[in-house]
Design a protein around this ligand. Sequence first.
Ligand code: ASP
Length: 325
Amino acid sequence: MSSNKVAIIFTGGTISMKIDPRIHAAIPALTSEEIMAMVTNIEKFAEFEIINFSNLPSPHIGPKLMMELAKLVKKTINRQDITGVIVTHGTDTLEETAYLIDLTVKSEKPIIVVGAMRNSSELGYDGSSNLSAAVCTAISPNARNKGVLVVMNNEVNAASEVTKTNTLSLDTFKSPEFGPLGIVDNDEVIFYRDILKRKHIDTNEIEEKVGLIKCVPGMESDILHFYINSGYKGIVIEALGRGNVPPAMVEGIKRAIDNNIPVVLVSRCPTGRVLDTYGYEGGGKHLKDLGVILGGSLPGQKARIKLMLVLSISKDLNVIRTYFQ
Ligand code: ASP
């Protein structure tokens, strides 16, 4: 019997779904025991503690619930008897939950987030193979000190870098900038690179009212005014290219900053940082001079999670800036 003890927290998603014959569509249906029963031969790797958190499709999981889950992961991973924690999750919002846990839970032990692209009624259900790869990663000493890892399709990606890139493919979770950290092969996790800089945000709270705007040519300030008038506490803008916006958005951005609402700028390009390269109206330099916070190479949905967490600590724009720049 292995001395490893792995806690598996079930939250729902396709990994726990099957086709309902009445509506011919997938819905959450499997219990955690039924999912575990499909993973063969795992008893030799570890003892398991099953924790049923929810049975939700991931579009039903919002920031507050993600935070509750992160607190549960923190409590569980800090237990002496636990080697690693696995969270099963729907793939649609998996990257946000994984990143939120990565930012808020500080532990040397492996924390793995896993899901499935095919439900259990489909040919080639990938839930069991993904879960077994997650188990191999959760008990591996090599997976320690790497932050939260997303294990899908035998690849290991860092929560801080990974994104869902395809609506259908089993090979959907990618780190577009630098590639995966490693692979799971023959029940063994092999790492090829490391995460050099890991961020920690020491909070148990989350500010939910943070909006995300994707820039398009000709965009004006109306959506910014909507967020300001609706009491939003922060705004993330997925800007064009290197971090530039159409000039008609500047007025709304200025108004947000004048109202002490942080505006974080990232790019709608899938890879690369934003920078204050351009000096024209609405260019990155102009925006930075107005007080816009440059959000590096994060995609908008991750910059939003980060801003939600930072806002729970401080409303001071200069303090908030230190977390991003
Ligand atoms: N819509 C599903 C969800 O995110 C997709 C999945 O789990 O893969 O819950």
